[in-house]
Each structure stands twice: as C-alpha cells, then as structure tokens.
Design a protein. Structure first.
Length: 223
C-alpha cells in the first residue's frame, strides 16, 4: 500500500508533540489571545534554541503564520494538562476555528477541533473509537480518509497513527506548511500565568503496546 506523508510530521519530534492551528486571525492576535502583552517583534528561535533558552516546565510556543492558518508549536509538549489545553483551544477559536493535534508521552495520538469557543470533537488513539463530541463529523471524515477505522485487509506494519492524525488534519482543514520554514527560527512567546505541575505517576505510564497498530473499523470492536 502507499503510505501518505504528513509535512507537519517533519516539523515535530517523533516521540511527543503538540501543534495548534488557528484559522484566519492576524498574527498579533494569536499571542494576544494567549495572554501575551504587547505586540511583536518577538524573539525568534528554533525548537532546540527555545528549549535551551526557556528550559523545561515552561509553556512556550513558536508561532508560524502562513496562509489561512497560524501554527503554534509547543516547545515543551505534554507539560500542560487537559483542562488547560481545552481552555486555550476555546479561547483561540472564538470567532473562528482551531484544531490541536498531540502525541502524548504515553504514545497516544490526540486531535481536538473547536469553533466559536466550543470544543466540537476529540479523538484519542487509545482504543481506535471515532472522535466524540457535539460535532465530530469533520475530524472523523479526515481520520477515515487517511486510514483510521478501516478494515485490516492490508499491511499496516508501517502505518504510524502519530503521523496519520497530523495528515488527517492537514488534508481535512487544508493546512499547508513548508518544513524548511517551520523548522527554522520562528517568533517565540511564553504563555503567561501558568506553571507546570509535578507530573502524576500515571502520566508516566505507557500504553501496554506502544508500537504502531493497524486502524480498525468500529464494527471490529464488537468481535
């Protein structure tokens, strides 16, 4: 089978990442919604430079405005909790829409879609069930088109959910990126008013089988 490739996946670390995409806002509006006071220019860093400058445990995002979408690439993914991520996504999506894609430290891929301040759908690649929420149609359509929820008649040994969930969002929401630009220095801001908590023991646990597994139809779960 032909495995499609995600350009966003070339812009993130393979072990864990968090990318939030916001549609149609002026570049300075996005940091303002994050609570960043004042306007740019903001210092520009690559991901490695930002990590060295700010250190671990600090919520920092690199901002890339290209086309209809502004991308927020977290420098220290997985330090923010689910409640904070939901609050942030709701704030960013007021008057527009936003979609967030993550690979968590437990190897779970996650995608969340919000519009007009409301979280519409969340997908967790833990048990291969479709996205849930008030309106999961777009997420589920995008996921289905890249191979989620399909039967297992083909060879999925090289099928990577962490990459495919990014590809699903790219295709469904028409997000175009140029890795050479995104991987270079980008305006970098710290999200104020939040400190990383001590990690809970369960947050360090991994899925029983963290190797890539084939996608399954919803009907497979009843067998």
């Amino acid at each position: 089978m032909i495995i499609l490739r995600s350009k966003l996946y070339s812009c993130v670390a393979s072990d864990h990442y968090c990318v939030t995409c916001v549609r149609g806002l002026p570049p300075d509006e996005v940091p303002a919604r994050l609570g960043v006071s004042g306007q740019g220019p903001h210092p520009q860093y690559t991901s490695l430079e930002a990590a060295r400058h700010f250190g671990y445990g600090v919520p920092v995002v690199r901002v890339h405005a290209g086309g209809d979408w502004t991308l927020l690439l977290e420098v220290n993914p997985n330090i923010t909790d689910a409640a904070f991520q939901k609050q942030l996504l709701s704030r960013l999506s007021v008057g527009t829409e936003a979609v967030c894609v993550q690979k968590l430290m437990d190897s779970t891929a996650k995608a969340t879609h919000a519009r007009d301040g409301e979280v519409l759908a969340t997908y967790l690649d833990w048990d291969f069930t479709p996205a849930k929420g008030p309106d999961p149609s777009r997420l589920n359509r995008g996921l289905s088109e890249v191979g989620f929820f399909q039967d297992g008649s083909e060879d999925y040994d090289h099928w990577n959910p962490a990459e495919m969930v990014l590809l699903a969002v790219e295709r469904e929401f028409e997000i175009s990126v140029f890795p050479d630009i995104v991987n270079g220095p980008l305006p970098t801001v710290r999200i104020p008013g939040w400190n990383a908590p001590e990690p809970a023991p369960q947050s360090l646990q991994r899925k029983p089988d963290s190797t890539p597994r084939r996608p399954r139809r919803q009907s497979d779960r009843s067998n």
